[in-house]
Design a protein. Structure first.
Length: 195
């Protein structure tokens, strides 16, 4: 379904609407700066029919909203962009217990920040719940020893470098132009390699 601005909250999952997102006509495309999503430019819808399902899925961003306020804008992470690095490459001291977990590209902004999304909000007191999504953000210092001793499964965590950022009102304008669909996605699916 098309997402209305009133539905926007942390934990919301957005999928780009290909009819509005990938138009080659810049006047018909409500989304500016496509490189924020790892795209060099729009891909014509006709071209998508010639691509494999996996490549087509990689073209369209899927975003998990982490923060939203009318005055401060919106921050999210891309769910489909692998960096090619593993968490052990980041730091064996801090992430050795999840050394073979992939590091995902959350976006091109705030590249110095690491976001950790997981389904352990009820078990990690220092984590911030993402509304009623069943997901939580942060709390790694508290969770790490429990992941190391296997009392929390590493598969319940997903690690992102960088963020995707919208200025105040920017995402709302894109939503009003029907650039995004809202997905009803179980939290376990968000943590998988492919959503």
């Amino acid at each position: 379904s098309i997402l209305s601005p009133s539905q926007l909250a942390p934990g919301t999952v957005l999928l780009a609407n290909p009819k509005r997102f990938c138009s080659r006509n810049p006047l018909a495309r409500p989304v500016d700066n496509l490189n924020r999503f790892g795209l060099a430019g729009p891909v014509a819808i006709a071209d998508r029919d010639q691509l494999s399902a996996d490549l087509a899925a990689q073209m369209l961003p899927v975003v998990l909203v982490l923060e939203h306020s009318a005055a401060g804008g919106t921050t999210g992470v891309l769910l489909e962009r692998r960096t090619g690095a593993l968490m052990g490459d980041v730091s064996m001291e801090d992430f050795g217990c999840v050394a073979i977990s992939p590091l995902w590209l959350g976006g091109i902004e705030r590249q110095e920040t690491l976001k950790i999304v997981h389904t352990c909000g009820d078990e990690v007191a220092s984590a911030a719940p993402l509304k009623e999504s069943g997901l939580a953000l942060g709390g790694w210092e508290e969770a790490r020893p429990r992941v190391a001793d296997s009392s929390l499964a590493e598969s319940r965590f997903k690690f992102f470098i960088g963020s995707t950022v919208w200025g105040s009102g920017q995402l709302e304008r894109e939503m009003q132009s029907e650039a995004w669909f809202v997905l009803d996605v179980p939290p376990e699916v968000i943590l998988k390699d492919r959503v």
